[in-house]
Design a protein around this ligand. Sequence first.
Ligand SMILES: O=C(O)CCC(=O)C(=O)O
Ligand SMILES: [Fe+2]
Length: 274
Amino acid sequence: MIKINRLGPQIGAEILGVDVKSLDEETFTAIYQTWLECNVIAIRDQTLEIEDFLAYSRRFGRLHEHPSKSTRHADYPQLTLLGVNKFDEDGNLIEAVYRRGAHDWHTDGAYDEDPFKATQLYALAIPSIGGDTLFASMYAAYEALPTPLKQKLDGRLGAFKYGGRTNANSLLDPEDRDKAPALHPIIRVHPETSRKGLYFDPGKILRIEGLDAAESDDVIDELTERMIQPNAEYRHQWRVGDIVIWDNRCSYHRAAGDYPPEQDRIHWRVSIKG
Ligand SMILES: O=C(O)CCC(=O)C(=O)O
Ligand SMILES: [Fe+2]
């Protein structure tokens, strides 16, 4: 029997008692609705092969090959490997792999015209300490903005690029680094829930269109301060066999990036489009 536990005050739920390899439509609908309501859900205790993980992920949408080709699985380009090949041939830790997703709070795929609907991870190896993933609600971020700032942002577009203003793009192949930025409304209406959220990503945004450079930078700084509302966070402590899926249209996330690097922390990851 499926069991659903809410985990955080506004986001986060845990689902027990299911096997995603054999879900009927009704149970999947319950999972999908919980996901829309809670933004991020963890399904515990799964035993999956790659094909199982991909097939289950396709129930949420179309799988998209991540632009970081160097971290794709050789035989399954839709599968990204997290935490694999952390050390170079001299035994030095590769920060971009070890700290992937840990630098800033972010939403995945904002650099694409059609940003990722969802990201889904499956945990294969988890360190004995650290290595959590943190989540926060974009709805709560929007709701907490002061009215004048909401008004200033209403109808404005942000320009987003992989690597953003610091060009942190070492996981991309050189020929993939110069894509034109993508434009998205900063106040974005979720296509399925119709709720407004603050669609923002400090590590990918270049500027807010229509503001002069200094004002755009000031607003970016202010939004960076305001995007995380502590009463709307959920922190996931991983167990091997967890599947976690988050909604990039209404949540931010960040890897804690704090585990002992000599230990394994390995996930399969897919990017899902609408
Ligand atoms: O490894 C994690 O906890 C999350 C990394 C991340 O940001 C991602 O997979 O999009
Ligand atoms: Fe991410």
